[in-house]
Structures are given as structure tokens and as C-alpha cells.
Design a binder for this molecule. Structure first.
Ligand code: FUB
Length: 327
């Protein structure tokens, strides 16, 4: 489906938009790309981000309203345990406080998830002295329902998820399952009352095929790779994600926030650039897909730009696939 799209912040490179509406205003929590000069490799070393900015929409229409950059909300130097690479973040509000969740490599080059707390949606945020206990991998998403907060996370390859099974680091190092075995997938756990830790052991976000079998590792145009997002539409829970090396955004539908979810289709076909990442939010009675591509940098993978377009549901709750290339 061809859909009109908008570059949201063409004056700087930003990616991985997590979008939330607080008190009627739309806020965008992106990664902040820059020309790091680090060569591309299979671990994504070139994505060496060092701070976060929060953008806000100054109006009611994501396609036309002005966007404001609220400045640096959190930076690497302020995080005691920081190594490198501040990747996709997300936020939640509880009792008037804002909790920013961010994955970053620690001083041993292992991805952990940090939490930083602020009084306003645009920050600034003050980081906790340590990462969340037992946290690992990347790409966070927080979903709130009835006062319970669920943290989704995970990403394979550079996101290091293949180094873990059952929340424990593998003695053998890094292992992806064989092609005919169930794929690795995102993890989900409720957050503690103080929002700073897992309240329970993270469990896998199981994605089933049309026969009720978990998607396999070799099914790389459908299996989870990274960039999970959870939203609710018409009483159903939609888990959407990137397939990484096949460059698709796909989704699966379930009956509760833990799943299992059943694979339903593609949301976005490949964009310009290797990575694809998104969030889905309802704003002013319409549903919106926020994502990124490398169109403005003429295809430089680690210099990405934020985009938005409208998302359409069919009567049966499935989503119209959007063409990632057309304007
Ligand atoms: O921005 C760094 C990484 O690239 C993200 O964590 C992935 O989802 C991909 O967009």
C-alpha cells in the first residue's frame, strides 16, 4: 500500500522512535545517530550513540504539525556504568514520574538495560547508578495496562540475545538455534512497583505460525530479530518487530500481554538502510506508524531519519502492509 510519509526531524539524524502520548501531547524518544567514524561490522559497532534527545509534536497532526527538539535528556557521561552505544530507549509514566529505559553496553561491552528518572516527559533524566539487575540485550518497549508495566526487550546478532538462554549467560558463548529449531525471541517481564527492576523472571514472547508452532530460526522473513513493540487494538494485543536481515516490520496478535502471539503479516516492507524499527500509537483518533530510514543520508546505515505515516486496520483487525520505499 502506498502511503504518504513525513520526515519528522530532517535537521539531525535520529532513529528507533518510541512514541507516547502524555496529557494529550505526543512525545518521540529516538536514538541519536551521528557520524561516529567507526566502520560497519556484524555487531553494529558503527551505531555508537552517546545521548538521547526527546522530540515533541507541537500540534495535533503528525503529518504537518511542528516538531520541537527539547535538547539533551540523558548523556553517556552521566551514566556511571557506561561503556558505549546508547540504543533504542522507551519511557513509562507512573505516579507523576517518568522512567526512561535504555540499553547500553557496560564497561565489559555487554548490553544492559539502564533506568533514568525524570519529572517531565522531555527530561532531563537522572540515571540509576547500576543497570537493572539481570538485564541483558537491547531494544526496550514498555506497555502499561491497569497499573501493571510490562518491559519487552531483546535483539539478536549485535543485540547479544543469542548469548543467553533462560536469562542466563551461556558458558559456550554465543549460539543461534539451528534453522529448524524455535527461533530466539523477545523477552517480557513485569516491572517492580518502584519501576527500577524486573518484578519476575523475563519470559519469552512466543510467536506462533498458522499451525500453532513457534516460528523457527530459519524462517528469517517472519521470525523476531529486534525492535519489539506492543500495542493494544480492539481488545487484542499486537506484538510487532523487525526481522533484521530480511528488513521487514511484522506483527503477531495475542490475547494478553505475555502472548503467545500468532503471526499475521508485514506492516512495512524494507526501507532505505539496513535497520528497520518502529512504534505504533493512537493519536487524535488515528493510528500512526513511526519508523526510520536512511533516505536523507543517501543510504548510510547508521545515519537514519525519523518518519511517520498513518496505519490502517482492516475490519478483521489485520493491518494493511505499507510500502517502505514509496513517498
Ligand atoms: O539503533 C541501534 C539499533 O539499530 C537498534 O537498537 C536496532 O533496533 C536497530 O534499529
Amino acid at each position: 500500500m502506498k502511503t504518504k510519509k513525513r520526515y519528522l526531524w530532517p535537521s539531525d539524524y535520529m532513529a528507533d522512535p518510541s512514541v507516547h502520548v502524555f496529557d494529550g501531547k505526543l512525545y518521540i524518544y529516538p536514538s541519536h545517530d551521528w557520524e561516529s567514524g567507526i566502520p560497519d561490522d556484524d555487531f553494529g559497532s558503527e551505531y555508537d550513540m552517546k545521548d538521547y534527545h526527546v522530540l515533541s509534536l507541537e500540534g495535533d497532526d503528525p503529518m504537518t504539525s511542528p516538531v520541537k527538539d527539547n535538547g539533551v535528556a540523558l548523556k553517556r557521561e552521566d551514566v556511571k556504568w557506561a561503556g558505549r552505544q546508547m540504543w533504542d530507549c522507551d519511557i513509562a509514566r507512573k505516579d507523576g514520574k517518568y522512567y526512561l529505559y535504555f540499553p547500553m553496553k557496560d564497561k565489559n561491552d555487554i548490553f544492559r538495560i539502564g533506568v533514568a528518572v525524570g519529572d517531565r516527559p522531555e527530561g532531563p533524566f537522572v540515571p540509576e547508578p547500576d543497570p537493572m539487575r539481570g538485564s541483558y540485550s537491547i531494544d526496550v518497549c514498555v506497555f502499561e495496562e491497569n497499573g501493571e508495566y510490562y518491559l519487552y526487550f531483546g535483539g539478536i546478532w549485535g543485540g547479544q540475545l543469542q548469548r543467553y538462554r533462560d536469562n542466563k549467560a551461556l558458558d559456550t558463548g554465543s549460539t543461534l538455534p539451528e534453522d529448524d529449531q524455535p527461533a530466539l525471541t523477545a523477552m517480557v517481564a513485569k516491572l517492580s512497583d518502584d519501576m527500577l527492576q524486573f518484578a519476575e523472571a523475563p519470559r519469552p514472547v512466543v510467536i506462533l505460525d498458522e499451525n500453532g508452532k513457534p516460528l523457527t530460526a530459519g524462517d528469517n522473513s517472519r521470525r523476531f530479530f529486534e525492535a519489539g513493540w506492543l500495542h493494544k487494538y480492539n481488545g487484542k494485543y499486537y506484538f510487532s518487530y523487525s526481522t533484521g536481515d530480511t528488513h521487514l516490520l511484522c506483527y503477531a496478535i495475542g490475547d494478553n500481554p505475555y502472548g503467545p502471539f500468532t503471526y499475521k503479516g508485514q506492516i512495512l516492507t524494507p526501507v532505505i538502510g539496513w535497520t528497520t524499527h518502529h512504534s505504533i500509537v493512537e493519536f487524535n483518533g488515528k493510528w500512526w506508524l513511526f519508523f526510520h530510514d536512511s533516505g536523507l543520508s543517501k543510504g548510510v546505515n547508521c545515519l537514519r531519519s525519523l518518519k511517520v505515516c498513518e496505519l490502517t486496520y482492516r475490519e478483521d483487525g489485520t493491518i494493511e502492509t505499507i510500502d517502505g520505499m514509496d513517498e
